[in-house]
Design a protein around this ligand. Sequence first.
Ligand code: ZN
Length: 274
Amino acid sequence: MPSTYSSEWNIPTDVFVYNDPSAKTLVIEEIASHIRGLFPGMRVEVRGDFVSHHYHGSTEELAERIARTKVRNISDPFESFDPLLGEIRFEERLLERPESGISGVLYDAARLHLVLREMIPEEELSLRAVHAAFTSRLFGTFDDADRRYHARVILCGYPSIISTSGIVEAPAKPREYYLMREKLRALGEDVPAEVLKEQIQGRFLDYDDPRLTDVMKGYSLQALFYAITHEPFCEDPECRLYNSHWQEEVLASQLGDKEFCDEHASLIRWISDR
Ligand SMILES: [Zn+2]
């Protein structure tokens, strides 16, 4: 977290927020208004889903490029492969009907990001423009420490991509959830996830969660802070910029009484008063 204001910071003039039409409880207008409220000097524009907005080429070609970013095995580093015809068709259907969403596929974050980045027209690929693109696609990065892929909620860059399935799948659920699952497995019982989820109700974000929009306000600000200071995250667990690894941290940092730590609150005031 920056301790002094820096002349190297970049204050964007335009923020483009892209909808994920498959996320029924994501109210994109509300996210845009939240940014406008904090940064009245920025022009915030709401757009449809990122791909439909920017891509006008062949769906089949794009489907293949996206299929190539799929993670085949979560315990191996990324390996390129030729996608099967069925996988390409699957992506085509998703591209044609972005409102259908959730696919149960994991994509390599950096490679998926590259495919999307190429779609931004030159005049909008500027440090002055922030692109915060919500997507239903689940993406992850490979961690050398434990040799496996981990799903992520956000990948910052141009564009920053924020996953509406990542917010459900990436942060860990309360410990009891996993303990309970282990215990039942040891007993040879295969209990459906829905039953386990009931035990921790309210303590994690689920699909179509009514709290999704409020939670995602914080993630869109992480995208914005990445553009401003290159540091999207904060160490204060009560600040919306906190990099949560647990579901309960997500809820505490995004829905708690305090929106920002003192430092980020004054930084936001400083930017909006400029
Ligand atoms: Zn903070």
